[in-house]
Design a binder for this molecule. Sequence first.
Ligand code: AHR
Length: 495
Amino acid sequence: MEKYLINPNQKISKINKDIYGHFSEHLGRCIYEGIYVGENSKIPNVNGMRCDVVNALKEMGLPVLRWPGGCFADEYHWKDGIGPKENRKKMVNTHWGGVVEDNSFGTHEYFELCRQIGCDTYINGNVGSGTVQEMNEWVEYMTFDGVSPMAELRKRNGQEKPWQIKYFGVGNESWGCGGNMDPEYYGCLYKRYNTYVRNYNPDAPIKRVACGPNADDYHWTREVMDKVKHHAQGIALHYYTIPGDTWAHKGSATDFTQKEYYKTICKAYKMEELINNHLAVMNSINPQQWVNLIVDEWGTWYDVEPGTNPGFLYQQNTMRDAVVAALTLNIFNKHSDRVIMANIAQTVNVLQAVILTDAEKMVLTPTYHVFKMYKDHQENTLVGSYITTDEIKSEEAKRTCPQLIESASVDENGVIYSTITNISATKSSKIKCQIADTKVKSIKAEIICGDIHDKNDFDNVDNIKTKEFTDFRKLSDGFTANIPPCSVVKFVIEK
Ligand code: AHR
């Protein structure tokens, strides 16, 4: 029997809801088809946005949406995507699939999408191939309320009032697709571009995000932090879980062995080490901790589904992905003192998507159900918690991962939320939970679980869904439970 301790008296940090954020790029069928179908589509839509997808994202509690990329951001010229649609430039999306980008989804459509979802905004600016003036004018166009050429242009295009930008990214992957820069050079460039990202709304200053490292590139973090520490609120780490050892053979999303399952899970658990190490580097340069960590691209990355455009990054999603999502969100919760936002890649039809679409059909993936289950943590207070557990080793990943990974939070009414994932493919785990200074009144629990390969598809949309969980016994100061293999469980504890 594993021991699980929750201490609601130990209030650690507020869990910023933006940790549960998402990322939508002009890539494959994410924006076009997946979210935006245009006003004339047969698919029910409001101002071109698919009603089914928007409603599902609202229900899931999507708090913040990053756009327009990704690699696409550093080739995106925002003026191509405003004004009458028939006049918008058509061009080839050179990064992703070589398809025609007609710019019918642009700035106005992005803000309309966020309005419909009810989420905050995170825009990524173009440093790689854009000018300082272009970035400066975009921010003016979006947020200036006074008399200016860009504010006038926005009004002529139908938007009288300025919008609000919560986060603004100055470049993306500037170490790679965003310009192949050295960190010292990018750090200087960041300061120059960022100077002209003006705060036009003093009541809602924009949080600026500098391009952070690729996985464990600590040199990048050190050099960039040194330059941006007085000028950024966040630095953005990218880390993808890729089971294969080469880009050419990343592994199938659905057809994998138990060894490959553990390799994937153990690689995903590297997030814990990356956050600790990058924070240590950041703290050594900025002990005052002005700059926080953001993980604005994370998730699994497999070979594309057979027969699909390799540049569209379309992959299926199984219980393996649900476990990756659950363990990663528990890690983010536990680091919520310094991790202020994260964005899984990508919302619909791309990489570890929460939604898949096929024409008018829609499927919610196992990852979707994890995000929905975890939304109760948003804006709660992380509290102290600890669980004893075995370690599972993957020889292939040369890494280990705890069998049980958990986090616990408390809301403003004192209700405790505990989420636990059992990563074992085969073994259940008995736990005894004790909650400090608490007389438990009631407990409700829910679960998603299945075989590691289980998935939802267009013929069976509800194969994996959240169900009530009853295999637990309430105690006066906690509970005992039997956590099934390959599962994600949430306990809601009232006292
Ligand atoms: O999410 C897909 C791509 O992965 C993004 O465009 C890029 O930033 C990263 O390399």
